[in-house]
Design a protein around this ligand. Structure first.
Ligand code: 3NM
Ligand code: MG
Length: 508
């Protein structure tokens, strides 16, 4: 990957200046002589910057250049033997691809784990079924944390990781965070091509370091932020989010939509009426240009085609790279294998900030048969414990979940809020749920520091508008209701929210 006119040592130096904190030298085909020469040159650079150098696999080379440690794979020298040869002070890292390998490595006193391969990579040939995905990284990391090791586990994820998925992998693979338990993130990421093959290794390293900081300092604290400790406090915070969008002179949050052809016009109008500004564009090649302009991205899988699916992937990659919150509406996700596979892929490989779904869709995502579906609509009484269901899905995907129904439930897994606003006529028009997704996207775009509050603001706003529309004397049924709904979204005020929002914190 080293371009003509540059040397490996130059690239390592630039990468360290960009923010790399540890370097592994991996040469699978070089002669021992050439490996030693390269290792000496790279070690001079890393020593100058006070960054440890690890040699992949070759204990002899590590000893010869007095590197700070080695990295060993599952087929390399056993850890205990490597430790005997290197002594107690050298760093020994191990590649692990399963919970068993992780436990074994921790019990044998590995200093850190390289967990992967996470995604497909051109750097190393791996079978598809060997890819762990972020979910596998999480399972392996949690196994390591629970293993009986004499040193605290340290770990990085590796394989196909770059700026568009770095923050997501770190967020998604955090060990579990139920109330009262401590979340524990990976210590970092290991990459080859994202830095080595970049036009500017220094800029690439800096961007990755920024993604790592974003995951730890911005995205995670925002996800788990408290909405407030009483209903009154939460309603007032929701009203503040609403006002921040509606204040005279406030910039309208731009919402990039990839949505379905049934609701596209209604969603664009709902976005405008609520105070946002819609973009409705699904072309994959445009996403890297549009998503950075937007405050948030709405992805709705209502009507699928291959072009829109490519657009969704490109848009969510761009959202990851530019830290834009994604609202995912997994319409009828349980109905077909294609929908199930697409949503699983989008959630696991890119991640959402908010999932907006009905009870049937939440059940499908949880793999629960509790709520049957009829086409795209959920039927029956819903979950026996709806708050527990949204909390569980929120924990599973490390995102806010907004579940719509007669009562709506919104959770960030630490706190769950029930919303009792809305009107039965919402179930009589098509696209009411999709417009709720748009409403969530408008306010999540404006409330980045607390997506739970943003989602609540969207859900409360659309439901109050529905109540107001249904009360109008000129509304006689679904047609006139739909018309009035846009007027009432537009006419909604902060005072309406303060006076009429019917929300409560659900204990547990
Ligand atoms: N080891 P890139 S994946 C060298 O899973 C290596 O142990 C892996 O390269 C493991 O960042 C991998 O270019 C390749 O995908 C990483
Ligand atoms: Mg490896």
């Amino acid at each position: 990957m080293v371009p003509a006119g540059s040397t490996l040592a130059d690239i390592v130096s630039s990468a360290i200046l960009g923010g790399v904190t540890i370097v592994q030298l991996r040469e699978k085909t070089m002669s021992t002589q050439a490996f030693l020469t390269t290792a000496r040159a790279v070690h001079q650079v890393t020593q100058r910057h006070n960054v440890p150098l690890l040699i992949n696999d070759r204990i002899d080379v590590a000893l010869a250049v007095d590197a700070e440690g080695v990295h060993i794979g599952q087929d390399d020298m056993p850890l205990a033997t490597a430790r005997r040869l290197l002594g107690p002070d050298k760093i020994i890292g191990v590649s692990v691809g399963s919970p068993d390998e992780a436990r074994e490595a921790i019990e044998a006193s590995a200093d850190y784990l390289g967990i992967g391969p996470c995604f497909d990579t051109k750097t190393k040939s791996v079978r598809r079924d060997e890819l762990t995905g972020p979910r596998g990284v999480r399972a392996i990391w949690e196994a390591a944390l629970q293993a009986e090791g004499p040193v605290p586990a340290r770990a990085v994820a590796i394989g196909g990781i770059g700026p568009s998925n770095a923050a997501h992998v770190l967020g998604y693979s955090r060990s579990m965070v139920l109330p009262g338990t401590q979340a524990r993130a990976l210590d970092g990421l290991a990459v080859v091509s994202a830095i080595m093959a970049a036009a500017s290794p220094r800029a690439a390293a800096a961007q990755l370091a920024g993604q790592i900081r974003h995951a730890a300092d911005v995205a995670w604290p925002a996800l788990l932020r408290d909405p407030g400790s009483s209903s009154a406090e939460i309603v007032s915070a929701i009203a503040d989010v609403f006002s921040s969008v509606r204040a005279p002179g406030a910039a309208r949050p731009l919402v990039q939509h990839i949505t379905n052809m049934v609701v596209i016009n209604d969603s664009a109008n709902a976005c405008l009426a609520l105070g946002g500004s819609p973009i409705m564009e699904s072309l994959a090649a445009d996403q890297q240009h549009l998503v950075p302009l937007a405050s948030s991205l709405l992805v709705n899988i209502g009507t699928l085609d291959l072009a829109a699916m490519a657009g969704m992937r490109a848009a969510m990659r761009a959202a990851g790279e530019h830290h834009r919150p994604v609202v995912l509406d997994p319409v009828a996700v349980g109905a077909t294998p294609t929908r199930r596979a697409l949503v699983a892929e989008l959630l696991e490989h890119h991640g959402a900030c908010v999932v907006k779904a009905n009870a049937g869709e939440v059940a499908a995502l949880l793999g629960s048969a509790e709520v049957p579906m009829n086409g795209v609509d959920s039927v029956g009484g819903g979950f026996a414990d709806p708050a527990a269901a949204v909390r569980r899905l929120s924990a599973m995907h490390r995102c806010v979940v907004a579940m719509t129904g007669r009562v709506d439930y919104v959770s960030n897994c630490a706190a769950t809020v029930a919303v009792r606003n809305g009107h039965a006529l919402q179930a009589e028009i098509t696209g009411a749920g999709c417009m709720a997704g748009t409403a969530v996207a408008v306010f999540v775009g404006a409330a980045r520091a607390n997506p739970l509050l943003g989602a609540l603001a969207g859900i409360v706003a659309i439901n109050l508008a529905a109540e107001h529309a249904a009360r109008r004397p000129d509304v006689h049924g679904p047609g006139s209701f739909r018309q009035a709904l846009f007027d009432e979204m537009h006419a909604l005020t902060r005072q309406h929210i303060l006076d009429e929002a019917a929300i409560e914190l659900v204990p547990g």
